[in-house]
Ligand binder design. Sequence first.
Ligand code: FE
Length: 331
Amino acid sequence: MAAVTAVASFLGARADELNVYSHRHYTGDQEINRLFTEKTGIKVNVVNADADQLIERLKTEGANSPADLLVTVDAGRLQRAKAEGLLQPVESEILKNSSPAELRDADGHWYPYTLRARVILAAKDRVKAGEIKTYEDLAKPEWRGRLLARSSTSSYNQSLLASVVTAKGKDEAAKWAKGVVSNLARPPQGGDRDQIKAVASGLADVCISNTYYLGLLLNSKDEADRKAGQAVTVIFPNQGDRGAHCNVSAAGVTKHAKNVPQAKAYMEFLVSPEVQKMIANSTYEHPVNGDVTLSPTHESWGKFKIDTETFPKMSESQPEATRIFDQAGWK
Ligand code: FE
């Protein structure tokens, strides 16, 4: 927080602005931006779109781009933005100390601020403890007609499959995707929350979801949502080997940013304990800052091993993942 205050006083009374291109779509973020403006006087302007669209837009706009910061919900997209020369490095001890080195860019072109585990959720009354333990298990014939997953157009699934490509090679990954597709209880439709609700209603026994969607259901004002959330249990996959596939929400300063100090101050604000706690209790993403006390919801799921092995190659394996999805007929 000291850094934010320092930047704010250095900039004085100028009309400060920060232009963010963001793939995030969570209402809790508006409160975070409001608080940042209150503390620093820097106004946050957000353009929301899909990360691929935002990357295209940065390329087209070039030096004329108004964007100072690119925020995504997928490390692979930021790895790609860096490779395409769309980002610039930022030096910050606060940012470096806020997350594990394995989950950020070695050259400081982007820094994560939330952690998102993609896990298996199982019906408490129909799946025994230990019956399913790994992503690989999802493709086994005993789960025929018992599995649900959203569309392959989701970057969440693309990055999950990219991690399988990196860990197992493309042939094994292709077999896995085919196996998963043949186990689906219905063609992919809806978001992660829809899969959880469908498992709760008995349409299938297991589904693939990010943990925070379960957190949102468990803490919903709607009783039906809470009941759906309570019907499933979290299984962090592959705890005996590479760990659970995790992605991050992360931010990188654009190559042609006009407001670099403001962008850096904003990034440092996002990893402050205050904001990390807000995120953990509004979107239920895991804090990326390990020093932050977890929310009761996170405590109930327990600690888990993160797959840091395949994480750096997310972007590299994503095109292969897209090809495999098409071949496997994963809609
Ligand atoms: Fe999401």
